[in-house]
Design a protein around this ligand. Structure first.
Ligand code: ATP
Length: 366
C-alpha cells in the first residue's frame, strides 16, 4: 500500500484492551471460560483456534454483540462491557466484506464519519487519503460489485480505520480470497496496522496466517486460552499436545523420563533431552519438528540417531517431505530442502536420521 507517510487517522491514539474473567455460556455449552487477555497498545494479537473453540464469541463480546455472563472488557481503561456496539469506536472487518451494495466505494468509506457528524468537506478529503492508503485512489466512484474480492476487502479495511478506531477487529477477513491474494493482503494489513499504530485483534483458524501476521498469538481450545505467546514461542515451545498439534506439522513421541538426561521412547529408543528439560520420572511428549531432524551421511554424529526406510515422498517445491519408518517401527515426518540431502531420496531407500538434544522440545503428556 502506498500513500502519504504523514497520514494519521482522526484521534488516532490507539489504546490497549483488557479482558478479565470473561465467561459466556449457551445453555450447557461453555463457549468462553474465564478468559484473561490484554492486547497492548499498537499490537496485533491473533486469536487462533479450531472451529467451536470460542473465537467468534470472544470477538462478539468485545464488539458488544454478545454480553458475557461474567467478567469485564476494558478499552483504554474504560469499562465497555455493557456499552452499545456503536459507541465503542471499534473498527471491524469480516470475511464477507459487508459493504453496502448500493453505495459507492467513497460513500461506504465515508459512512463511519457521517455517523459521527464529520463535516462533508473533511469527509471527502479523509476518504481520498484513506483510498490512497489502501492503494485504491481511483476507485471512489465504483460500486462494490465492480471490484474484485481483494479490492472489496481493502475498502472494508479503509472503512474500518477511517475514524481512528480504538481497536481494529478482523474476523477471518481473508477466508474468501485465494492463497496468493490472501498472503498479499496479510502483509498489507500488517503494514497498515503498524503505520497507523492500531491496536488490532485478528481472528483466524489458519495457523500459517497467525504465524506470519502476529506480534502475539492466543491459541484457544474449548473456550479457554491454551497458550499466549509470540509466534516463535508458540511454534518452538508449545505448552501441551493440543498446541503442539495445532501449530505446524510435528512428530510427537511418547517417552518416559527417568531422572537422567535421557528418556526412553515406547519402542525402546533412548532420546537425549534438552539440558533445561524437567527430567524427573514422568511421561513426556517429545516434539520434533520435521525440519529439525537431520539427514545423516556416513560418519555424521548426532545426540539421537535412528535408522529407517522412506515410506512416502511428498514434493513441496522448496522442500521435500518424507515419511519414514524406523527399524523399531516408529513413523516420523521429516522435511528437508534439496541441499540437505545428497540426492533426492527414493521410496524404500535406507536412511539414517538424527537430531541433537536441543532440537527437540519436551511437553507434558497429559
Ligand atoms: P468457528 O471457527 O467455527 O467460527 P469459533 O471458534 O468461532 O468457531 P464460536 O462460534 O465462538 O466458535 O462457538 C463456541 C461454542 O459456542 C460452540 O460450541 C458453539 O456451538 C457455541 N455457540 C456459539 N454461539 C451460540 C449460540 N448463539 N447458541 C448456542 N451455542 C452457541
Amino acid at each position: 500500500m502506498t500513500g502519504s507517510p504523514t497520514y494519521t487517522v482522526a484521534g488516532s491514539v490507539a489504546q490497549g484492551m483488557h479482558i478479565k474473567g470473561v465467561t459466556r455460556r449457551f445453555g450447557q455449552v461453555d463457549a468462553l471460560t474465564g478468559i484473561d487477555l490484554a492486547v497492548r497498545e499498537g499490537e496485533l494479537l491473533t486469536i487462533l483456534g479450531p472451529s467451536g473453540s470460542g473465537k467468534t464469541t470472544l470477538l462478539k463480546v468485545i464488539a458488544g454483540f454478545e454480553q458475557p455472563d461474567e467478567g469485564t472488557v476494558c478499552l483504554n481503561e474504560l469499562d465497555i462491557t455493557y456499552m452499545p456496539p456503536a459507541k465503542r469506536d471499534i473498527g471491524m472487518v469480516f470475511q464477507n466484506y459487508a459493504l453496502f451494495p448500493h453505495m459507492t466505494v467513497a460513500e461506504n468509506i465515508a459512512f463511519p464519519l457521517q455517523m459521527r457528524k464529520v463535516p462533508k468537506a473533511e469527509c471527502a478529503s479523509k476518504v481520498q487519503e484513506v483510498l490512497k492508503l489502501v492503494d485504491l485512489p481511483e476507485f471512489g466512484d465504483r460500486l462494490p460489485k465492480q471490484l474484485s474480492g481483494g479490492q472489496q476487502q481493502r475498502v472494508a479495511l479503509a472503512r474500518a480505520v477511517i475514524f481512528g478506531p480504538r481497536l481494529l477487529l478482523l474476523d477471518e477477513p481473508f477466508g474468501a480470497l485465494d492463497r496468493k491474494l490472501r498472503e498479499q493482503m496479510q502483509l498489507e494489513v500488517r503494514r497498515l496496522q503498524r503505520r497507523l499504530g492500531l491496536t488490532a485483534l485478528f481472528v483466524t483458524h489458519d495457523q500459517e496466517e497467525a504465524l506470519v501476521l502476529s506480534d502475539r498469538i492466543a491459541v484457544m481450545n474449548k473456550g479457554r486460552i491454551a497458550q499466549l505467546g509470540t509466534p516463535q514461542e508458540i511454534y518452538q515451545s508449545p505448552v501441551d499436545r493440543f498446541v503442539a498439534g495445532f501449530i505446524g506439522e510435528s512428530n510427537l513421541l511418547h517417552a518416559r523420563a527417568d531422572g537422567g538426561n535421557e528418556a526412553t521412547m515406547d519402542d525402546g529408543t533412548r532420546v537425549a533431552l534438552p539440558l533445561d528439560a524437567d527430567t524427573e520420572n514422568r511421561d513426556i511428549g517429545i516434539l520434533l519438528r520435521p525440519e529439525r531432524a537431520r539427514y545423516l551421511k556416513e560418519g555424521d554424529q548426532a545426540d539421537t540417531i535412528l535408522d529407517g526406510t522412506v515410506i512416502e515422498i511428498v514434493y513441496m517445491g522448496e522442500t521435500t517431505k518424507y515419511r519414514l519408518r524406523t527399524d523399531t517401527g516408529v513413523e516420523l515426518i521429516v522435511r528437508w530442502p534439496l541441499g540437505a540431502v545428497r540426492h533426492a531420496l527414493a521410496m524404500h531407500e535406507r536412511v539414517a536420521i538424527g537430531w541433537d538434544r536441543n532440537d527437540i522440545h519436551v511437553i507434558q503428556w497429559t
